[in-house]
Design a protein around this ligand. Structure first.
Ligand code: ADP
Ligand code: MG
Length: 734
C-alpha cells in the first residue's frame, strides 16, 4: 500500500505531474494542504434542484440546465458575457462581467448546475455571477451527478483552466489518501467547543454528510485560523513583555510640568486618561506598545507630545514618524508652536530646561541633513520629526526612548520594526491613527498592541454639515457650490477644493492608499472614459478664471517641489490664499482653523474613511464646517450609497465599519499582514467577531499555561509557519 499523505505532501505525488502543474498554474497550489484549504463556496443538494419556471425573485436557487445561447459583448470598457440556459420549463439569463474567459467553457449544448440569487431584469429571470458546475462533456447527466461523492456537490472557486468539478475530483483523490492529521487542540478543549477533529472537519467541508455537519466543520476550521492568528499575537505580546526597556518617568518639575502650564487649554477628560495610560506604560521596564485612536482633531498630537516630553525629561529622545513630508513639516510647526520657548534650548529666547526639535526628511539638502543628524547623534535634539528618511538616512540616535508613529494606516509593521532597531534598548512605541478601528479588527490587526481611544472632541468644536451633489441629476447644484465658496470667502473664511488627480489623463491617484485605489478601480464601471476625473491642474485655473474669479486660488499636490508646497501651505495658513485646490495631500494634519468649507470633486473615488478624514480639515475653528461631496455616479449606485452614508453621520466608528465592509478581507488586513493573509481563507474579520473573541480567550489561556506551546506540537508548528511566512513576506517587499 502506498504511504498515506499529509498536508505537506506535494500534489504531484498524489495527482500526477500534469494535474498538479495545472493546479499550480490555476491556483498556485503545491501541496495537499494547499488543495484542502481551497474550500467550497457552497453546496448543491441534489434534491433541491428547482424548475426555472418556478423561480421567484430574490430566491437562492440551483437549477440543472442546458446552455442554449452565449453572447459576449463590450460596453463602456467592460466585457459582459450573457448566457441563456434552459431546463425545458423556462429560460434563465446568466451574466458575467469582465470574465470573458468563461466563454470558452460555457459552450452551447453543455449541461451544468447553476446556482445563485434570482433577479428580475426587464421581466427576465437572471443570475448575476452564478456559481456553476458543468457536467463533464460526454457523460450521462444522472450518472455524472451521482458519480460525485455523496449527496452534496461542492462548488469550488474555479479558474479558466480548472473548473469546479475537476477540483472536486482532485479533492476526492487526495482525501482518500490522507492520513489522520495531528490535532491542534486537546481533546478536552475541542469537545468543550463541540468541534469535530481536524481530519474529520476537512472531510466534512469538502464532502458533507449533511449541511449541519459541513457548517460545523467550516466553523471549526475558521476557529483554527482565528486561533493561530491570536496565538501569534499573544506570543508577540509575551515577547514585548520579556524585552528590556528603560523606564521613563515624568519629573515633577520637568518639561512635562512646564508644558502643561504653557498649554492654552485644559486637557479633555479623555486626554487625561490616555496620558495616564501612557505614563504608566512608559514607566515600566518593558517596552510600551500602544495604539492611540481618535478622530481627526481629537487631540492626539498633544497627548503624543506630552509622552515625548516625558522621555526627554528622563534624558532620552523621541522620534515622530509621519507618513508624508507635508505632514512632517506640519508636525514640526505645530509642535514648535505648542512648545514655545521649551523647544529652543541653546538660543537666547530659549528656556534653559528646554530641548530642541529637529526635522529630518528626504528632500532636505546635504548640509541641512548633516546638521540634523549631528543633533540627533549628540542628543541635543530631544524630539526628532521625520519621514521614512529617519529610517534610511542612517540617523544614529543618542538615546531613542520613544517612537511615535502617526497615521498607522499608511505605515507597515516593517517600518515600526525598522525604527525599533535604531535604539540600543527597545524603545517604547506609540502608534496613532485617525481611522477608528472596530474592535475585532483591532484585535486582529493590532492584536499585539494595547489600545487607547479618544472619544470626545475638545469642546468648542462645531459639527460639520455634509451634502452630496449628484452632478448628473442636478448640475445646477454645482454652480451653487461655487457661489457658496464666494460667500464663505466674503465672510473671511477659507475653502479647500479636493480633486482625485494631479493632471488630466493621469491614471495615478495622488496620495491614495492601496485600499482606496482598489475601491476607486472597483467603482470605475467604465464611466471614466466618458467623464474624466477632475484634476488639480485643470480645475484650479478653471475656477480662478471662471466661477471664482477675483479670489486667490492656488493649487497644491504631491508632485510640486517641497519648497512650493511649503510656501503654498504657509500662505494658506496665513490667510493669503482663499481657496486651495488640492489632492489628498491635505488629508492628514493640515490645521487651518479658519477653513470653513470643503468641496470634494469625484467624491465616489475616495474610501469612506478617507472622506471622513478629509472633511475633518474643516470645522476646526468655531464656525460650522460645510462639506460638499460632488459625484457623477448614478443616484442608485453603490458609490452614492457610500457618499450618502458619509453625509448622514459623523460617527467615525460607524463609517469605518461601512468602509471595511466594502473592502476585501485582504484590504482589511492590510499589506502588513499579507503573509498571514494567505492563511486566512475562511475568517472574515467583521463577520466572525464572536469566533475571534473565543479564539483570543483560548489562545491567551494556552500561552499563559504553555508559552512555547510545547504540549501542542501541531499548534506550535502551525504558528511558527505563520510567523515565517509573515517574516518572509516583509522581506519580499524589500
Ligand atoms: P489630532 O492629532 O487628533 O488630529 P490635534 O492634537 O492636532 O488632533 O488637535 C486638534 C486641534 O485641537 C489642535 O489645534 C489642538 O491644539 C487643539 N486641541 C487639542 N486638545 C485640546 C483641548 N483639550 N482643548 C482645546 N483644544 C485642543
Ligand atoms: Mg494629528
Amino acid at each position: 500500500m502506498a504511504p498515506m499523505s499529509t498536508l505537506e505532501t506535494p500534489l504531484k505525488k498524489e495527482l500526477g505531474d500534469r494535474t498538479a502543474t495545472a493546479l499550480t498554474k490555476a491556483f498556485g497550489m503545491e501541496t495537499v494542504g494547499d488543495l484542502l484549504r481551497h474550500y467550497p463556496r457552497r453546496y448543491v443538494a441534489r434534491g433541491e434542484l428547482s424548475n426555472i419556471s418556478e423561480l421567484a425573485e430574490g430566491e437562492e436557487a440551483t437549477v440543472l440546465a442546458e446552455i442554449a445561447a452565449v453572447h459576449l459583448r463590450r460596453a463602456s470598457g467592460r466585457t459582459i458575457l450573457e448566457v441563456v440556459v434552459t431546463d425545458g420549463s423556462a429560460k434563465l439569463w446568466l451574466t458575467f462581467f469582465n470574465q470573458p474567459w468563461r466563454e470558452k467553457e460555457l459552450r452551447v449544448g453543455r449541461t451544468g448546475m447553476f446556482a445563485g440569487k434570482v433577479g428580475l431584469f426587464n421581466g427576465k429571470r437572471q443570475l448575476s455571477h452564478p456559481d456553476y458546475q458543468l457536467i463533464p462533456d460526454g457523460d450521462d447527466v444522472d450518472e455524472a451527478i451521482s458519480g460525485f461523492a455523496g449527496k452534496f456537490l461542492a462548488v469550488y472557486p474555479s479558474a479558466a483552466k480548472f473548473p469546479s468539478w475537476k477540483v472536486s475530483q482532485c479533492v476526492e483523490i487526495v482525501l482518500d489518501g490522507l492520513e489522520d492529521l495531528p490535532e491542534y487542540l486537546s481533546e478536552e478543549v475541542r469537545s468543550e467547543l463541540g468541534y469535530p477533529g481536524f481530519t474529520e472537519a476537512l472531510r466534512e467541508i469538502h464532502q458533507p454528510t449533511s449541511l449541519a455537519a459541513s457548517t460545523l466543520a467550516r466553523e471549526a476550521l475558521t476557529f483554527d485560523e482565528a486561533l493561530l492568528l491570536q496565538l501569534l499575537l499573544a506570543q508577540r505580546r509575551a515577547e514585548y513583555q520579556s524585552m528590556p526597556a528603560i523606564s521613563r518617568k515624568i519629573r515633577p518639575d520637568g518639561l512635562v510640568a512646564r508644558f502643561e502650564l504653557l498649554l492654552p487649554f485644559t486637557l479633555t477628560e479623555g486626554q487625561i486618561q490616555v496620558c495616564a495610560e501612557i505614563e504608566k506604560d512608559m514607566s515600566a521596564t518593558h517596552p510600551m506598545h500602544r495604539l492611540l485612536q481618535g478622530e481627526v482633531g481629537s487631540g492626539k498630537t498633544v497627548v503624543a507630545l506630552r509622552a515625548a516630553l516625558a522621555v526627554v525629561d528622563s534624558g532620552g529622545q523621541a522620534a515622530f514618524l509621519a507618513p508624508t513630508e507635508v505632514l512632517a513639516q506640519q508636525h514640526l510647526k505645530t509642535i514648535s508652536k505648542l512648545l514655545g520657548p521649551l523647544a529652543q534650548a541653546g538660543t537666547l529666547e530659549g528656556d534653559a530646561d528646554g530641548t530642541q526639535v529637529v526635522l529630518l526628511t528626504g528632500s532636505m539638502n546635504a548640509q541641512q541633513k548633516r546638521d540634523a543628524l549631528s543633533k540627533i547623534a549628540s542628543g541635543e535634539a530631544g524630539i526628532v520629526i521625520g519621514t521614512h528618511a529617519l529610517l534610511s538616512q542612517g540617523a544614529d540616535f543618542f538615546d531613542l526612548g520613544l517612537v511615535i508613529v502617526d497615521e498607522q494606516h499608511r505605515f507597515g509593521v516593517e517600518q515600526r520594526d525598522a525604527l525599533r532597531t535604531k535604539a540600543k534598548v527597545p524603545p517604547h512605541v506609540l502608534v496613532m491613527t485617525a481611522t477608528p478601528i472596530p474592535r475585532t479588527v483591532a484585535m486582529t490587526i493590532f492584536g499585539d498592541l494595547e489600545i487607547s481611544t479618544l472619544r470626545q472632541l475638545p469642546s468648542g468644536r462645531t459639527p460639520i454639515v455634509t451634502h452630496v451633489i449628484p452632478v448628473l441629476e442636478k448640475p445646477h447644484y454645482l454652480d451653487r457650490a461655487w457661489q457658496r465658496i464666494r460667500e464663505e470667502v466674503e465672510k473671511g473664511h477659507q475653502v479647500y477644493v479636493v480633486a482625485p488627480r494631479i493632471s488630466a489623463g493621469e491614471s495615478e491617484l495622488d496620495g491614495m492608499t492601496e485600499g482606496d485605489k482598489a475601491i476607486a478601480r472597483l467603482m470605475d464601471g467604465g464611466k471614466e472614459e466618458k467623464i474624466p476625473l477632475t484634476s488639480v491642474e485643470e480645475l484650479a485655473p478653471q475656477l480662478a478664471l471662471g466661477p471664482l474669479k477675483g479670489l486667490s486660488v492656488a493649487p497644491l499636490h504631491g508632485r510640486q517641489s517641497s519648497d512650493l508646497k511649503e510656501a503654498t501651505m504657509q500662505a494658506f495658513a496665513e490667510g493669503k490664499i482663499d481657496v486651495l485646490v488640492a489632492t489628498t495631500v491635505i488629508e492628514v494634519g493640515v490645521d487651518v482653523p479658519n477653513a470653513s468649507m470643503m468641496v470634494i470633486m469625484d467624491g465616489d473615488r475616495f474610501g469612506v474613511s478617507q472622506l471622513h478624514q478629509l472633511r475633518g480639515r474643516v470645522g476646526r475653528g468655531s464656525v460650522t464646517g460645510l462639506c460638499l461631496l460632488v459625484s457623477s455616479a448614478d443616484e442608485s449606485s453603490n458609490a452614492m450609497v457610500r457618499l450618502n452614508a458619509v453625509a448622514s453621520t459623523v460617527d467615525g466608528f460607524e463609517l469605518s465599519r461601512i468602509d471595511l465592509e466594502q473592502r476585501s478581507e485582504g484590504d482589511v488586513l492590510g499589506k502588513a499582514q499579507s503573509g498571514v493573509r494567505s492563511h486566512l481563507r475562511l475568517l472574515k474579520v467583521l463577520r466572525d467577531e464572536p469566533l475571534i473573541e473565543k479564539a483570543r480567550l483560548i489562545g491567551t489561556k494556552l500561552i499563559a499555561q504553555d508559552s512555547t506551546l510545547s504540549r501542542s506540537p501541531a499548534l506550535a508548528t502551525a504558528v511558527a509557519q505563520l510567523r515565517n511566512e509573515e517574516a518572509s513576506s516583509f522581506v519580499d517587499k524589500g
